[in-house]
Write a protein that binds this ligand. Structure first.
Ligand code: ZN
Length: 388
């Protein structure tokens, strides 16, 4: 496709030294030249020189005149033009594919999902491709796509470090996922660990905006973890993530599928929650049923939920004590156990942390499209990085 003169082409031709200005406007919204120059450590002359080509190319617009609250001088805030550029985000699970289309500021403009009939690379790529076709049926061309999935706890490398992907969740070994997706979608693709991507989305466009040190812990099929220090994601191998999920909280606790007694996964994954409840109920409930019965006062389900939340509280204490972060965001498919079992979480936290004041714990509503949005943020960040 010839995109000469299109917004994508305009971005590609933006001078590299101007990229930090674009990044700043994308992340922090419209602002005056004075504020931009101060934040980026530039003289006002340099800033004018860097923003001029961006305004001329239509990537940045000047808003209406405002008066500076301090000195009363008129200023025209600069704003990035976000709606002309679209990004695709795809979240793979073992059951469904979720896809979103966002603008440059990660606002979701389209969303869709579809079940996976099997987990072969051919089926997964074809299904993701069909979803992408649906989202772009109006003729929109995304700049790039991010693809995220849960990590394989036994792989030594990060999900995004190699072009050959191992995935425990999909049963893949050495699959060239990035290349296959790029061929099917026809745009550059980036593959990343799903929790790291979610954390990047919170950092740029969510509750962790402006927070330099924070952690994200997710509960669902597995226990996920991402850590930001000094404004950057701490690099972790998939093996590190496996160790995090299987840290022992109580050597006399229940057993996880790997045979550990009392590890975090043995309490707080969806499967563990169901197994614990099933023991008391003498039958297998659904996850939604466990939550409903817990809310209705059923003692088995209440105890199950409190125990899972206790484990999350204990893990939060371990994270806060060892990393000194004070902001922890909880998310994931099973995050409602934390909401319902909040007293259990507080107990687990207080058992390992003397001073719990100043610890900010945010609980996100679960929505897999939110994870797909994290994938779109991966594509946005790649687009705004200096490498492209
Ligand atoms: Zn374990």
């Amino acid at each position: 496709m010839n995109d000469q003169g299109s917004p994508i082409e305009a971005w590609r031709s933006a001078p590299r030294p101007s990229r930090p200005v674009l990044r700043e406007l994308v992340i922090h919204g419209p602002q005056s030249r004075t504020d931009l120059a101060r934040k980026l450590g530039l003289s006002s002359g340099s800033l004018t020189r860097l923003t001029k080509p961006l305004v001329e190319a239509g990537l940045v617009v000047e808003r209406d005149i405002r008066h500076d609250p301090v000195n009363g001088r008129p200023t025209r805030p600069l704003e990035v033009v976000a709606d002309q550029l679209l990004f695709m985000g795809i979240k793979l699970t073992s059951e469904r594919v979720y896809a979103v289309l966002t603008n440059l500021r990660a606002d979701i403009v389209e969303r869709a999902s579809a079940p996976l009939m099997d987990l072969t690379p051919a089926t997964v790529v074809a299904e993701a491709g069909r979803l992408a076709d649906r989202l772009t049926a109006s003729g929109a061309t995304p700049v790039a796509a991010g693809i995220v999935l849960g990590g394989n706890a036994h792989a030594p490398a990060q999900v995004d470090e190699s072009d050959l992907l191992d995935s425990g969740i999909l049963g893949w070994q050495g699959v060239p996922a990035r290349r296959l997706m790029a061929e099917r979608l026809g745009i550059p693709c980036f593959v990343k660990n799903d929790v790291t991507a979610l954390a990047q989305a919170y950092h740029w466009f969510g509750e962790a905006r402006g927070v330099r040190d924070f952690a994200v812990i997710t509960v669902g099929d597995g226990i996920g973890y991402a850590l930001f220090a000094h404004g950057r994601a701490v690099r972790m191998t998939e093996a590190d993530l496996g160790e995090f999920a299987h840290q022992i909280l109580d050597p006399g606790g229940p057993m996880c599928p790997s045979g550990h007694r009392g590890c975090t996964a043995s309490y707080a994954t969806t499967r563990s929650i169901l197994m614990t409840a099933a023991q008391g109920m003498c039958r297998f409930p659904t996850y939604a049923e466990v939550l409903r019965l817990a809310l209705d006062g059923d003692s088995v389900c209440q105890e199950t939920v409190q125990q899972a939340a206790w484990a999350v509280g204990a893990v939060i204490a371990n994270v806060v004590n060892t990393t000194t972060v004070k902001t922890v965001i909880l998310a994931g498919e099973a995050v409602d156990v934390v909401r319902i079992g909040r007293p259990g979480l507080e107990r687990g936290l207080a058992a390992r942390r003397r001073d719990v004041s100043g610890i900010d714990i945010a609980v996100r509503e679960h929505d897999f499209h939110d994870w797909a949005r994290g994938a779109a943020v991966v594509a946005i960040q790649a687009h705004l990085s200096d490498q492209h």
